[in-house]
Design a protein around this ligand. Sequence first.
Ligand code: HMG
Ligand code: MG
Length: 291
Amino acid sequence: MPPLSPSLQITEVGPRDGLQNEPCIVGLETKIRFVELLAASGLDSIEVTSFVSPKWVPQLADSEALLRGIKRKAGVRYSALVPNEQGLARALAVGVDAIAIFTAASEAFAKRNINATIAESVARFVPVVRDAKAAGVRVRGYVSCVIACPFDGKVAPRSVREVTRMLLDLGVDEIDLGDTIGVAIPSDITQLYEGIADTLSPGGSVLHLHDTNGQAIACATEAIALGVRKFDGSVAGLGGCPYAPGASGNVATERLVELAHRLGCSTGVGLAELHEAGRFICSAIGRASPA
Ligand code: HMG
Ligand code: MG
């Protein structure tokens, strides 16, 4: 195991990945308070919402109002998902700090999620990345279905490598690898990073785990041993993708923070404050709070 770096970076995706998958539409004031509580816990990177089509994801149709409504905390990066130029224009108009473009290592999922082939999606991202960078906005590139696809089954690391290469060639600042349906076991994580080693190192990636099979923390532990230092989490384990049948919540941010602290890595996140944010959103959406 490589020597542990003193810090693990966590991006909180609950307001986006969590709330996009809730059957109810959460009110604007609740979302604003939720994001502010997350920032108060010490999280310094928060994926707040998506500038996607409101017909596709009505839960996040209030993205402009949300970004305008949050009292921003200095040092926190507030980011949002952007699928195309229309989304970028909306995101820039309300001053996002970073955007995330998103495609997949599986054709079937790309088609269902963004109504495009992988190649079409990458072509669509060319002006998005160019204009975001010209505006001084950081760009994350998500690759979904890095382990398996809900429609096509197992995904080979070479497919992940090809899409990763395309996104790096566009000039994205970081690659985020998503186990969208949460089916990875630790050996899948090892095989994934071995299979893409000539294109992306563990330390240069972000890992986005969902926890359908209850293996997300075991996978994160394996990833840390391989050198991964950046993760996404969703407080209280909220999350899922409306276009990925069977996908359940993301790995809970609380569990990631506990894991990091047990391994002697700092996160800058206060667990008590994080739990408060979790209790707040669970009560707002009528879910039982995790311990
Ligand atoms: P489309 O229907 O092919 O788009 O959708 P279009 O370009 O043909 O436009 C159709 C209509 O949508 C038009 O409006 C456009 O104006 C509008 P109309 O003329 O019919 O009234 N439209 C927009 N409106 C607002 N903002 C926009 C926008 N773009 C078009 N940006 C599109 C293509 C990509 C837009 C659609 O498929 C979409 O919005 N998909 C998003 C799906 C999504 O958000 N999925 C969940 C996020 S991904 C995820 O969860 C995975 C992740 O967590 C990582 C992991 O777990 O692996 C990130
Ligand atoms: Mg996700």
